[in-house]
Design a protein around this ligand. Structure first.
Ligand SMILES: [Zn+2]
Length: 414
């Protein structure tokens, strides 16, 4: 959620005109007087010598406020329980977006400041009790729960305000607020995965968004699964099975830069958990490259052959059908260090300290590191500390990671 995007979309769509200043008794509309400048400020005077004071006045289509001495007020103004902002120079009441210092505010058409949520052109935005929009650098640093005017809101990593979805097991309703209900969770039994409360409600017969991913559940309440072999080897000599793309369930998600990626549903769920755990330790990782279909790879191959020639393409582009990125189970990450994105291969490899903290956590979430240092002959790829492969089995992932063998060697031994 970047400021620029928000600014472009300052179109109100929700009903919001509450009983505000414009309807109150001390507001009036006039053009009958004239502006006069005194030493202490601007006044609005009439031909009989009287002037506007202690009131709102609409002059030539704009609202102004005059204090008890009759001077035009600028800056913040509290009136009838709501905050308003009067332009620093002109004194005209502000509506819509306002940037003050490093904060962004939004004012209703009646001039009252928004706190809590409001639906603007591109979804809901949430403002704190002082009216400042809640967001962070690229939505990254301020994700989480916020209490405003007694209601709880959740701002996701990608900067959208959660609505009609589960966050950490809690249901967030249509109005973007959390209302107390029992906490749901993932459960597994002999028939598969289900989501709900152990003693009652569970998701069934449709789609539910749970921690940023939308899942499908069948009529019995079980997660609609992929039907893929999570241990499928795909490399330069092992082709993606022909029916794979029909079976794999890919989900779309935005990274914190607002870029959209597709990842297999369980791989994505676990990646988001891994990202969260790392974030809590001030290590920031983001999706950088994920699924590429065979058709997309073929197009890249063809386009580059025309542009750079066959020799070049054979050297630098994976043969369509022979890239692990076709599986939906491979994730390339980038790092965010001091708010700066690092995605250049050499720069990433240089971040050894950070990767040394990331890699030991992979297995817990069912991932392995795929292209190991010193094993280039076996994998066919140089060292890639950023390329993670999901295998859906934390215990096996730990075994593979601890042994220091490649996935090729593991598969060979089976
Ligand atoms: Zn990769």
């Amino acid at each position: 959620m970047r400021k620029g995007r928000k600014l472009l979309c300052a179109v109100l769509t929700a009903g919001m005109l509450t009983a505000g200043m414009a309807g109150s008794a001390y507001a009036a509309e006039t053009n009958s007087g004239k502006w006069t400048k005194e030493d202490a400020g601007w006044q609005y005077t009439y031909s009989d010598g009287s002037f506007a004071k202690s009131q709102w006045l609409k002059i030539s289509g704009k609202w102004y406020f005059f204090d008890a001495d009759g001077y035009m007020v600028t800056g913040w103004k509290k009136s009838k329980g709501s905050w308003y902002y009067l332009d620093d120079k002109t004194g005209a009441m502000v509506t819509g977006w306002l940037e003050l210092g490093d904060k962004m505010y939004y004012f209703h058409e009646d001039g009252s400041m928004v706190t809590g949520t409001i639906e603007l052109g591109d979804g809901f935005s949430v403002f704190d009790e002082n009216g400042a929009i809640i967001t962070g650098l690229d939505g990254l640093s301020d994700a989480g729960w916020y209490k405003v005017n007694g209601s709880w809101y959740y701002l996701t990593m990608t900067g959208h305000v959660a609505q009609n979805e589960f966050v950490g097991g809690w249901w967030i309703g249509k109005d973007c607020t959390w209302t107390y209900k029992k906490q749901s969770a993932w459960h597994k039994d002999s028939k598969g995965w289900w989501y709900g409360e152990k003693s009652g409600w569970y998701a069934k017969n449709g789609s539910y968004t749970i921690d940023s991913i939308t899942y499908d559940f069948d009529s019995a309440g079980y997660l609609v699964e992929d039907g893929i072999d999570y241990l499928q080897l795909v490399n330069k000599t092992h082709k993606l099975p022909d029916d794979w793309e029909d079976k794999v369930v890919l989900k779309e998600v935005e990274n914190s830069y607002g870029e959209s990626y597709k990842v297999e549903q369980k791989a994505l769920k676990n990646f988001l958990k891994l990202r969260k755990e790392l974030r809590d330790e001030d290590i920031y990782i983001e999706l950088d490259s994920t699924t590429r279909s065979v058709a997309e790879q073929q197009k890249l191959w063809d386009d580059w052959t025309i542009e750079f020639g066959e020799e070049y393409v054979k050297k630098y582009v994976a043969v369509p059908g022979f890239s692990e990125h076709h599986t939906g189970l491979a994730i390339d990450i980038c790092l965010v260090v001091d708010g700066k994105r690092i995605d250049d291969n050499d720069e990433m490899i240089a971040q050894r300290d950070i990767f040394a903290k990331i890699h030991p956590k992979l297995a817990k979430y069912g991932f392995i590191l795929r292209y190991l240092e010193g094993k280039e002959e076996i994998t066919g790829y140089g060292y890639e500390p950023w390329h993670f492969r999901y295998i859906d089995d934390p215990a096996l992932a730990k075994e593979i990671m601890d042994s220091g063998i490649t996935f090729e060697e593991y598969c060979e031994a089976q």
